[in-house]
Design a protein. Structure first.
Lengths: 265, 317, 437
């Protein structure tokens, strides 16, 4: 497995993975005409494209909305899912296992099916066009709970015992010992949640009736909705939309890998 | 169903390894057990309200018919389910979705496994760079990658240029305009975006494998392939099961690629069943009762496949 | 004690939640998107439209002009892609949350009947609002009319044009006159000759889409549906002939099929084809190729000789303004009547910068419409478009337009792959009938 063929294979895989991203970056610096002509060299159009984008769309607002949604979702989801995962493991019981099984069923529900009832529910509470309506359905994710439950398995139970003897309350143990110890699991979960939340499209599009709440994926879709599309501007928007998730992954990738590793011990 | 699904958690095999004191926690009394339940409460409540309750309402909806928002209970109640049997487009999209599943998921998991194994080699240099390169696609938003792929697979696009340049084809292929090639592009798209994601899970799994078992196999004279097959793979089984179930689930519910990449075309032949559900709700004359019925069929298929995978996974123990 | 702490944690979550909710509400979200029409004194019109360079721009200009006489009225346009408007309309109707509707929204003409028939509760009839619908082409008004009631003010012109590169035509010894008032047979013959001489196909189109076929069909006065909305895909001679034309175009190479909309635009922007046939709004995309200025001309469509009315006129696309059921109806109708259905000044303002060509016939009498357009070799393209538009045969698209279109698209794909046209169309008919059950 460590021969030349495997290195060639790895190189091909890596190039295939990165090439479309390269095309995206290069296209952001080209004119619409060049993008449609599959030009693969960088052009001098970046500033022009940015100016056009800023003139056409409220980029700042969309970035802020997306950030607010994604950060809000990530923070709440980490809290809710990790405390649940911890609870499932540290207070393990047969009935809790059963509950986990039931919760996992939620992974199998197609979103398109629940969208209308969900919308009706939020509308009944007057919560359309609110950040909370975007975030709330995305907080409790069975997969993330599972991830934390598995990670909690490697959390030394002696520590819990010792902390209890020291008189720490259960929540204190979770907040002061579990969270700091499990930083890499949190990083891994944060990457997954943030990416999903940032790229979420269908639900925000339905629930955010007021376009002042427009998110980055919605902004991209706006750019393609007219009779004339400027593909250079579009690719720039696409690049800007992808940057935060890519940067987050690059920053957290070591912790991410560790976190996933820790979770499946 | 629910109890069957519990072992989705890859770790039940490890339960015995838990320190004996672990069991003692819950026996310490009702108060502590109650605390445990309170810890689960927010997550469970949210899933109940945000997933199960709407799904229950969708079930009621699946028994209704009518034009627009004027819905009433169908006659017979299972009318929408009956209708599905006669709906050629539904069957076609379901077949296409299963085709994606059968072809894409195994290829992706094997690719991910091979890549993870190469990356796990302690002598490999620039590990971080390789891992980043292969994982990065799943950080990209769907709209963007659909657009890039459409441009690359254009009739006068890069892929055709390369293929004609290498004399592999005589004339450009109309990739998205023909059934088989359009399905192929969707599969390529899925592979591109999700292989790295799964690879990270295998990489994590590999790092947890006790290295001494591999050394022992080598001492016994097993070659690299044999070691991988008989020593590494069995230890990765829980992880393979987890990724298989996640990927199956994701593919059966496939929407974005079908919607953005090929728009389901040509002639519905690359459309996934979830995309068809969306069509029925928002593009064609809205038929939400019918759409809800389709969603229940998707749910049952996903659950069945998960159950089968778990059964098969368990047997090999 | 411990229990108290856990409860506190739940309370903590709730607090963050509420804080976020407040964050959302703080920007005045709850009423911002919806219409303010419930309140009789409200002088704000909320509008949904999707193209900042086109209909959003036009609406803002209309607001400026209306404000000259009605300084109290403000118009707030919310940019929303068409697919999103459709999703929102469906969701709002389905959940009964009609108070979230704006006063006015823009709707694709093709989707008008579908929404009108499924969700009449979204619309307000404006038949007696004082707007003179006779000043719009009958074929366009038909989209937004049901049982004699008008529900929409037509906005942009969807008249079909043939746009051609005069330099490539000249290379093969042709002029735009050779493509004016001709039949499809002549078009294909010319196209084959030009392809042989210059190597450039005349047209391009997205594979598996039936836009061109429905345009040909409409030019004969035919449709996929009869007046009662029943599908007429089988035993439809005009449709068979139109498909025959399309097949010949593809097989002769005069029309090159591509994968996607982006690629379709790319074919003429990058000079890979010598022209295109589409709604007049395509001129906007053509003009993105600045290097081709002065090289384009437009003319009418080839006719399908011997079938039905056999005209040289058709349409594709276009959109209309709807007064919602949640609107300040009187104000909204007055606003539309004074601008989109009554102001030459307005249409003169929006035309040069947006290329939004009016459906309102009196607008074309203005000098601005008659001005030569430098990109199109000094042709008065706007005036031509309005003239073409007025001659388009009126047809019924029906509520099941999308089902019909998709089924026919599927049939064409199969026919091009060798299936028998009649049986492929019978299958399409069955699909649409099934959808209508």
């Amino acid at each position: 497995m460590r021969s030349v063929p495997s290195l060639v294979f790895l190189t091909v895989a890596a190039l295939a993975s990165v090439f479309p991203l390269y095309f995206m970056v290069v296209s952001a610096t080209n004119t619409s005409q060049d993008v449609l002509g599959s030009r693969l060299l960088p052009g001098g159009q970046l500033v022009e494209n940015l100016n056009k984008l800023l003139a056409a769309q409220d980029l700042g607002a969309a970035m802020w909305n997306s950030t607010l949604n994604a950060v809000g979702t990530t923070a709440l989801s980490l809290l809710v899912c990790s405390i649940a995962g911890y609870g499932f493991e540290v207070f393990h019981s047969r009935n809790k296992d059963r509950l986990m099984g039931v919760l996992l069923l939620a992974m199998m529900i197609p979103f398109a099916a629940t969208m209308i009832p969900l919308f009706r529910m939020f509308a009944d509470f007057g919560l359309t066009s609110t950040t909370i309506a975007v975030i709330l359905p995305a907080i409790s994710v069975p997969f993330i709970i599972l991830l934390f439950r598995q990670a909690a398995r490697s959390f030394p139970h002696e520590i819990v015992e010792a902390a209890r003897i020291d008189g720490l309350r259960e929540l204190g143990i979770f907040l002061r010992i579990f969270i700091p110890t499990m930083r890499s699991t949190y990083a891994a979960a944060a990457v997954v949640i943030f990416m999903t939340a940032w790229n979420n499209f269908l639900w925000p599009k339905v629930i955010l009736i007021n376009e002042a709440f427009q998110t980055m994926p919605m902004l991209i879709s706006n750019l393609t909705s007219g009779y004339v599309t400027d593909y250079g501007v579009l690719m720039l928007a696409v690049l800007l939309t992808s940057l935060p998730t890519m940067v987050l992954f690059l920053v957290l990738q070591r912790a991410f890998a560790q976190g996933i590793t820790g979770a499946i011990k | 169903m629910s109890t069957q699904l519990t072992p989705v958690v890859p770790a039940p095999d490890h339960q015995d390894e838990r320190p004996p004191s672990g069991r003692g926690f819950s026996s310490l009394g009702g108060r502590r057990s109650l605390t445990g339940w309170v810890f689960l409460l927010p997550a469970a409540l949210l899933i109940l309200v945000m997933n199960f309750w709407p799904m229950f309402q969708a079930f009621i909806l699946s028994l209704q018919t009518g034009r627009g928002a004027q819905l009433s209970f169908a006659e017979p109640l299972w009318f929408n389910y009956q209708r599905m049997l006669a709906d050629q487009t539904f069957w076609m999209t379901l077949r296409t979705t299963l085709l994606y599943l059968v072809i894409q998921v195994p290829i992706m998991l094997v690719l991910a496994l091979v890549l993870a194994n190469i990356l796990n080699n302690p002598r490999l240099r620039f590990k971080g760079m390789w891992r980043t390169a292969i994982f990065l696609p799943c950080a990209v938003s769907l709209v963007s990658y659909a657009l890039v792929f459409r441009t690359m697979f254009a009739t006068d696009g890069l892929v055709n240029d390369v293929l004609t340049g290498m004399n592999l084809i005589d004339s450009p292929i109309n990739w998205l305009g023909q059934t088989q090639t359009a399905q192929f592009v969707i599969i390529i798209g899925l592979l591109w975006r999700w292989t790295g994601y799964n690879m990270v899970f295998y990489l994590a799994g590999l790092q947890n494998i006790d290295h001494s078992t591999i050394e022992a196999a080598k001492v016994d004279g097993a070659n690299a392939v044999k070691t991988f097959w008989y020593v590494t793979l069995p230890q990765l089984k829980p992880m393979i099961l987890l990724t298989a179930i996640m990927s199956t689930n994701g593919t059966i519910q496939l929407f974005d690629e079908s919607y953005n990449l090929t728009a389901g075309g040509p002639a519905y032949t690359s459309m996934s069943v979830s995309h068809y559900l969306y069509e029925v709700s928002f593009v064609q004359n809205p038929n939400f009762g019918y759409a809800a019925a389709i969603s229940y069929v998707i749910l049952v298929i996903v659950a069945l496949l998960a159950a089968i995978q778990l059964k098969v996974g368990d047997k090999r123990d | 004690m411990r229990k108290k702490m856990t409860l506190a944690s739940v309370a903590g979550v709730a607090t963050i939640t509420l804080a976020l909710a407040a964050c959302g509400g703080g920007s005045g979200s709850n009423d911002g998107g919806g219409g303010g029409g419930d309140d009789g004194d409200d002088q704000t019109l909320t509008v949904w439209a999707w193209d900042p360079a086109f209909n959003v721009y036009a609406m803002n200009e209309a607001a400026t002009i209306y404000a000259q006489d009605n300084p109290d009225v403000t118009v707030e346009v919310i940019e929303t892609p068409w697919e999103d408007i459709q999703t929102k309309l469906t969701t709002l109707a389905q959940t009964g949350e009609l108070e979230e509707l704006p006063d006015i929204f823009l709707m694709q003409n093709n989707a008008f009947q579908k929404n009108l028939i499924n969700y009449p509760e979204l619309f307000t009839a404006i038949t007696d609002s004082g707007i003179d619908f006779a000043e719009f082409p009958e074929s366009v008004v038909a989209f937004s009319t049901t049982e004699g009631d008008n529900y929409g003010v037509p906005f942009d012109n969807g008249a079909a044009v043939t746009a051609l590169r005069t330099d490539i035509l000249a290379e093969a010894g042709y002029t735009i006159e050779d493509f004016t008032d001709i039949t499809w047979d002549e078009f294909i013959a010319n196209g084959e000759d030009i392809l042989a001489q210059t190597g450039k196909p005349l047209l391009s189109g997205t594979a598996g889409e039936s836009d061109l076929i429905t345009m040909i069909l409409q030019s004969t006065g035919g449709s996929l549906f009869d007046a009662d909305g029943n599908p007429t895909i089988t035993d439809n001679d005009a449709l068979l002939q139109a498909i025959d034309v399309y097949t010949r175009l593809v097989e002769s190479g005069v029309l090159v099929e591509v994968n996607s909309w982006d690629e379709y635009i790319g074919t003429f922007v990058n000079s890979n084809v010598a022209g295109t046939i589409n709604g007049v709004w395509i001129l906007g995309s053509i003009q993105t190729a600045a290097d081709q200025s002065g090289l384009w001309n437009i003319t009418n469509l080839p006719s399908l000789d011997g079938v039905g009315e056999a005209t040289n006129y058709s349409a594709n696309g276009g959109s209309s303004w709807v007064v919602s059921s949640n609107a300040n109806t009187e104000l909204a109708a007055d606003f539309l009547g004074a601008t989109f259905a009554g102001s030459t000044e307005f249409y003169d303002t929006i035309l040069p910068s947006s290329g939004a060509i009016a459906n309102w016939i009196p607008a074309s009498e203005s000098d601005v419409y008659a001005e030569p357009h430098p990109f199109f070799a000094d042709q008065p393209v706007f005036q031509l478009a309005v003239e073409f538009g007025a001659q388009v045969p009126s047809v019924n698209t029906g509520a099941y337009y999308y089902e019909g279109r998709d089924a026919v698209s599927a049939a064409i794909t199969n026919i091009l792959n060798g299936a028998d046209p009649e049986s492929a169309l019978a299958e399409a008919q069955a699909t649409v009938e099934f959808a209508m059950q």
